[in-house]
Design a protein around this ligand. Structure first.
Ligand SMILES: Cc1cc2nc3c(=O)[nH]c(=O)nc-3n(C[C@H](O)[C@H](O)[C@H](O)COP(=O)(O)OP(=O)(O)OC[C@H]3O[C@@H](n4cnc5c(N)ncnc54)[C@H](O)[C@@H]3O)c2cc1C
Ligand SMILES: NC(=O)c1ccc[n+]([C@@H]2O[C@H](COP(=O)([O-])OP(=O)(O)OC[C@H]3O[C@@H](n4cnc5c(N)ncnc54)[C@H](OP(=O)(O)O)[C@@H]3O)[C@@H](O)[C@H]2O)c1
Length: 254
């Protein structure tokens, strides 16, 4: 079925770091979708329609957020990087994908692990209420190259206050020499995979990752997904499938 496009107006552009940004669009024609799902977003150029899938970084409403990184050699993101408030983009009508809480197993705790823009679906889930009804403890782990790439800091700090004792946030920066104090949230040094292996994630949060108590969602860089899935399997956590229940749910961005 061909995609049905809705013209959407850019109403806000937040630049977190050079090339790393969120656009908010007014797109009242988009049908209800679940937090964690993606839409196709792009440009109706006369010669060709160009578009890519993007996780929506907000729950369903007339206003939708997309958290995007500029891939300099990419076809579509250089156009997104140039958009200004008032410009139009095309957004597909129907959400897609099963990276949602309704496809995640029940458990006591949920770990939301992302690299780069892979945090987008989690921002949608955290803004929506359901995650707090389904899980007692929510842990968000965001792995980036540089501390400046840790977007959504103020919103996440506010959530930590609001859900104190139930929400932990851990920023992890791979290109930083050592733990950086003085930042409003503490940041671990290394890759998410290193911080898992060294037990730093569990020490930082005081929460153990176990097959009995944990659901783990993974999103972002495919090499991270593969390595984390392998490391988690050594601890007895496996991919969740409807006919073969497990603990791990995965979204690949490329
Ligand atoms: C389900 C799904 C959801 C997605 N959600 C998002 C999102 O919320 N935000 C987002 O920025 N991208 C997201 N992507 C990736 C997005 O669809 C595009 O691939 C990306 O924006 C690059 O498009 P491009 O045309 O500029 O590059 P292309 O010409 O398509 O080049 C693709 C190459 O860019 C690199 N790349 C692609 N995406 C990323 C990324 N997010 N971070 C780092 N490197 C990347 C990879 O090396 C990939 O091979 C998602 C992809 C999928 C499948
Ligand atoms: N501010 C920005 O983020 C920004 C701005 C403009 C353009 N870009 C461009 O956007 C593209 C993507 O950059 P990105 O930083 O968003 O995404 P990325 O390259 O996927 O890196 C995000 C994080 O994932 C880590 N990672 C990579 N492979 C991993 C693995 N196998 N296991 C565990 N962790 C792994 C990286 O660690 P390592 O550091 O060790 O690789 C980094 O901490 C690049 O082309 C970049 O130049 C980024």
């Amino acid at each position: 079925m061909p995609l049905k496009w809705n013209p959407a107006t850019v109403v806000r552009k937040t630049i977190w770091a050079p090339g790393l940004f969120t656009i908010r669009v007014h797109a009242p024609g988009v049908l209800p979708f679940e937090p964690g799902q993606f839409l196709q977003v792009g440009f109706p150029f006369p010669e060709k329609h160009i578009h890519r899938p993007y996780s929506v970084a907000s729950p369903h409403s007339d206003y939708l957020d997309f958290f995007i990184v500029l891939v300099e050699s990419g076809e579509v993101t250089p156009h997104f990087w140039k958009v200004k408030v008032g410009d139009q983009v095309d957004v597909s009508e129907k959400g897609a994908g099963s990276f949602t809480l309704s496809h995640a197993p029940e458990s006591r705790d949920i770990w939301l692990m992302a690299t780069g823009t892979g945090i987008a679906p989690y921002i949608a889930m955290l803004r929506d209420g359901d995650i707090w009804n389904k899980y007692q403890q929510v842990v968000l782990v965001h792995g980036v190259r540089f501390p400046a790439d840790l977007a959504y800091q103020l919103e996440l700090e506010e959530l930590q206050h609001r859900f104190e004792g139930r929400f932990s946030y851990v920023g992890v920066a791979s290109r930083m020499p050592s733990k950086m104090e003085g930042h409003s949230n503490r940041i671990l040094s290394g890759r998410i995979t290193d911080c898992f292996t060294s037990l730093a994630l569990e020490q930082e949060t005081g929460i153990a990752i176990t097959p009995q108590y944990s659901t783990v969602m993974l999103c972002g860089n495919p090499a991270m997904l593969d390595e984390m899935e392998q490391l988690l399997s050594q601890r007895g956590l496996h991919r969740h499938r409807p006919k073969n229940p497990g603990q791990v749910v995965v979204e690949r961005y490329w």
